[in-house]
Design a protein around this ligand. Structure first.
Ligand SMILES: *Cc1c(COP(=O)(O)O)cnc(C)c1O
Length: 402
C-alpha cells in the first residue's frame, strides 16, 4: 500500500491498512460470518496449515477481523494486532504469553480493577509474583524490578485518578533489565497516544471504549511492536480462545472510522467542562491533563497529542454530595464505561470502587468526593447546564466556604 497518501490523522484512521473487498469491491468490509473456509485441494489445505496464505478456521483468522487488526496495528505503529473478544481477553492473552511460574511483574497501582485482581487471585496460583507501584514516578518502577521481572505493565492516563506514567522512561527501565513493556492505551486511544513510538513492546486496548465509541460493543485488541512478539502472542491467543467474532469486528470497524472526529469533539467539550468546573464553588478540585493545574501537565503535552475526554473532580458533600450530584444529572447518563458518544458519569466511592477497602481506595487517590465524567460528543453548553443543575443539588444542605 502507498502510505504516502496517509498523512493526516483522520486519513490514517479511515484508510490505514484498508482496501475495498478484493472479491466484490464492497467499500464496507463484508462480515465474513463463517466459522470455517473451504480448501481448493488437499495440497491447498496442507499449504494453509504449513503457514501459507489462506484462511482455515475463524478462531485462527478471519478476513473481517483481520481488516480491523490491520487498522489498529497501523494506527499504533505495530507489526500486527490480534482482535480479542473483550479488553480483558486481550489482557489475559498478554499475561498468559509472558507470565509463568517464577516470573515477576511490575505494574502501576491504578490499573483497571480486573487487570490487577486476576494477577493477585489467579496468576498467583501458578507462582507468578507482582508488585503494584505508583508508576507516576518511574523511580518506583525501577526499584521494584527484580532479576526475574519479565513484564512491566502500565496504564496511562490511569482510571479514575488520571495520573500519568512516563512511557519512554518505563520502556528504558524495562529494556535495561531485559523485560517487556506493555501499555493499556484505552484511555488515550491511538488518536492521542502511541506507546510503541515511545518504546513499548505491546499495546492493549479495550475497544469497548473510544475505538468503537458507541456503547454497543465489548471488544479488545493486542498490538505487538515486532513480528516475533506478534507470533508469540498469536500462538497463545488463538489457543486460549478469547478471539474476536467477525460481526463484532465489523461493528468496531464502523465505529473506528470516526475515532478522530469523536475524540476531538469530546476533548474540546472536556476542556470547556474542566475550565467551568475549576471556577465552580461546589467543586473542590479538578483533575484533567489539559489543565495547567494537573501535576503532570508537561508530561501530558509531551507524550499525548491531546488531553482526552475524561475528567475527575471532587464535589462538595463527600459520598452523599457525590451521590446527590449523580442523581441530579438529567442529560449525562449514570453509567460506568467511557469513550462513548454520550457523556457518562459515575461515582467510584459508591459504585465501581464500593468493594475496595476504604483505606486502600483512599491510598489510591480515589476519595469519597471523586466524580468521573467521561465526556461525550453533545454540545458543551448543554453539558455545562446539566453539570450546573447537578452541582446545585450536590451543594444543597452543605455549607460552602467562600
Ligand atoms: C474497560 C477497560 C478494560 C476492560 O475492557 P473490557 O472490554 O470491558 O473487557 C481494560 N482497561 C481499561 C483501561 C478499561 O477502561
Amino acid at each position: 500500500m502507498n502510505d504516502e497518501r496517509l498523512q493526516g490523522p483522520n486519513t490514517k484512521i479511515i484508510h490505514g491498512g484498508q482496501h475495498p473487498d478484493r472479491e466484490t469491491g464492497a467499500v464496507s468490509v463484508p462480515i465474513y460470518q463463517s466459522s470455517t473456509f473451504a480448501f481448493e485441494s488437499a495440497e491447498h489445505g496442507a499449504a494453509c496449515f504449513r503457514g501459507g496464505p489462506g484462511y482455515k478456521y475463524t478462531r485462527l483468522g478471519n478476513p473481517t477481523t483481520e481488516a480491523l487488526e490491520r487498522s489498529v496495528a497501523f494506527l499504533e505503529g505495530g507489526a500486527g494486532a490480534l482482535g480479542a473478544a473483550s479488553g480483558m481477553a486481550a489482557i489475559n492473552s498478554l499475561y498468559m504469553t509472558l507470565l509463568g511460574a517464577g516470573a515477576h511483574m511490575v505494574a502501576g497501582d491504578a490499573l483497571y480493577g480486573p487487570s490487577r485482581t486476576i494477577v493477585e487471585t489467579e496468576f498467583s496460583r501458578f507462582g507468578v509474583e507482582a508488585d503494584f507501584v505508583d508508576s507516576s514516578d518511574p523511580a518506583n518502577v525501577e526499584r521494584a524490578i527484580r532479576p526475574e521481572t519479565v513484564l512491566v505493565y502500565i496504564e496511562t492516563p490511569a482510571n479514575p485518578t488520571l495520573k500519568l506514567t512516563d512511557i519512554e522512561a518505563c520502556a528504558e527501565i524495562a529494556h535495561a533489565h531485559g523485560s517487556v513493556l506493555a501499555v493499556d492505551n484505552t484511555f488515550a486511544s491511538p488518536h492521542l497516544q502511541n506507546p510503541i513510538e515511545l518504546g513499548a513492546d505491546i499495546v492493549v486496548h479495550s475497544m469497548t471504549k473510544f475505538i468503537n465509541g458507541h456503547s454497543d460493543v465489548v471488544a479488545g485488541m493486542i498490538v505487538a511492536a515486532d513480528e516475533e512478539m506478534l507470533e508469540r502472542l498469536r500462538r497463545v491467543h488463538v489457543n486460549l480462545g478469547g478471539t474476536m467474532d467477525p460481526h463484532q469486528a465489523w461493528l468496531v470497524l464502523r465505529g473506528i472510522k470516526t475515532l478522530g472526529l469523536r475524540v476531538e469533539k469530546a476533548q474540546a467539550n472536556a476542556m470547556a467542562v474542566a475550565r467551568h468546573l475549576e471556577a465552580h464553588p461546589a467543586v473542590e478540585w479538578v483533575r484533567y491533563p489539559g489543565l495547567e493545574s494537573h501535576p503532570q501537565h508537561e508530561l501530558a503535552s509531551r507524550q499525548m497529542r491531546g488531553p482526552g475526554g475524561i475528567i475527575s473532580f471532587g464535589v462538595v458533600g463527600g459520598v452523599e454530595g457525590g451521590q446527590r450530584f449523580i442523581d441530579a444529572a438529567e442529560l449525562m447518563v449514570r453509567a460506568v464505561s467511557l469513550g462513548g458518544i454520550e457523556t457518562l458519569v459515575e461515582h467510584p466511592a459508591s459504585m465501581t470502587h464500593k468493594g475496595v477497602p476504604v483505606d486502600e481506595r483512599l491510598e489510591a487517590g480515589i476519595t469519597d468526593d471523586l466524580v468521573r465524567v467521561a465526556v461525550g460528543c453533545e454540545d458543551s453548553e448543554d453539558l455545562i447546564a446539566d453539570l450546573d443543575r447537578a452541582l446545585e443539588q450536590a451543594m444543597s444542605g452543605v455549607a460552602v466556604g467562600v
